[in-house]
Design a protein around this ligand. Structure first.
Ligand SMILES: [Zn+2]
Length: 308
């Protein structure tokens, strides 16, 4: 599998909430993950207390070039805090240094704040997808903000067709259901998914909206109504991405249930081998332009498992 959503460094408020690159690679071996995208969190001021900047992530990924792929994080307020800031040199530099996407994008700004639109447009020009975490309101936490029904995300999808967005987080996934209540958008709503949710509507309408299955929010969205979850996975098998959001050294496979869920969906026939392969790895390879053929030819066993 290819994990599009992993972290290293310090990822929580407690000093012990850490995961080293070495520990991440050990977990990947145990969980059948050939490659992981490592997402910095620190470069948005909302993540100021976290020790994982883009520079630290690039340096760690350079130590494990056959396992870890860096993402970069650019805050839309960097520089002159304006909706016309030019990030092109920085984006080109990060791409040159191996970064394959922007994320985890979590400034606590409105999703369609003009400063965000400016960065998204330049990310699209640079062919770097934007993986975001979303929150239901300004203040109190990290994450770009949208209301129920995701109108601000829809505006960005419509106005910036060149930019790929990868959805993630509670406020995004709660909108899988048409009956989501505002107070549920911070958590993990349970029970049947009702028709009319913004997530399936936008996934169907906009080729530039993708989603990762990571974290409690992704797993909850797929399992709260199992029949709906299986239909959703099959319907959007060309734009869903396996991810864990692993971020602490003490997490076991039980703490990252998407790993076991992917295995069961295949073993129990809910996903065909072809659909499973797309979600587990080939969508990520297509979106991020990853070529694993040289690694397979060099005898990398994790890749041989992926690309028989
Ligand atoms: Zn994350």
């Amino acid at each position: 599998m290819i994990d599009v959503h992993a972290h290293i460094g310090r990822c929580g408020k407690r000093r012990g909430d850490t995961l080293s690159a070495e520990q991440l690679v050990e977990k990947m071996k145990a969980w059948g993950i050939a490659r992981a995208c490592v997402l910095p969190l620190h470069d948005n001021p909302e993540g100021w207390y976290l020790g994982n900047t883009t520079e630290e992530v690039i340096a760690a990924c350079e130590r494990f070039p056959d396992r870890l792929i860096p993402f970069c994080l650019i805050d839309p307020r960097f520089g002159d805090n304006s909706p016309t800031s030019d990030f092109r040199d920085l984006l080109a530099e990060y791409k040159e240094r191996g970064c394959n996407g922007i994320g985890e994008f979590l400034p606590n700004l409105l999703f369609d704040d003009p400063r965000c639109l400016n960065l998204y447009a330049q990310a699209g020009e640079a062919s770097l997808p934007v993986l975001f975490d979303m929150m239901p309101q300004l203040g109190g936490m990290y994450g770009v903000v949208d209301e129920r029904g995701l109108p601000r995300l829809e505006r960005c999808l419509r106005e910036l067709p060149q930019t790929v967005f990868i959805g993630h987080g509670p406020a995004f996934w709660a909108d899988i259901s048409g009956d989501v209540m505002p107070e549920e958008r911070r958590g993990y709503p349970k029970g049947p998914v009702t028709p009319g949710g913004a997530v399936p509507r936008l996934m169907a309408a906009y080729p530039n909206l993708w989603a990762d299955l990571s974290a409690g929010s992704g797993h909850n969205a797929l399992t709260r109504d199992p029949a709906f979850g299986i239909e959703f996975l099959n319907r959007f098998q060309d734009k869903l991405l396996f991810g864990t959001d692993v971020l602490r050294h003490d997490q076991t496979e039980a703490d990252v249930p998407i790993v076991g869920l992917m295995r069961r969906l295949l073993a129990e026939g809910y996903l065909t081998p072809a659909a499973h392969a797309k979600i587990a790895r080939s969508n990520a390879m297509r979106l991020l332009g990853l070529d694993l053929t040289p690694a397979r030819e060099a005898g990398d066993p994790a890749v041989a498992q992926c690309l028989p």
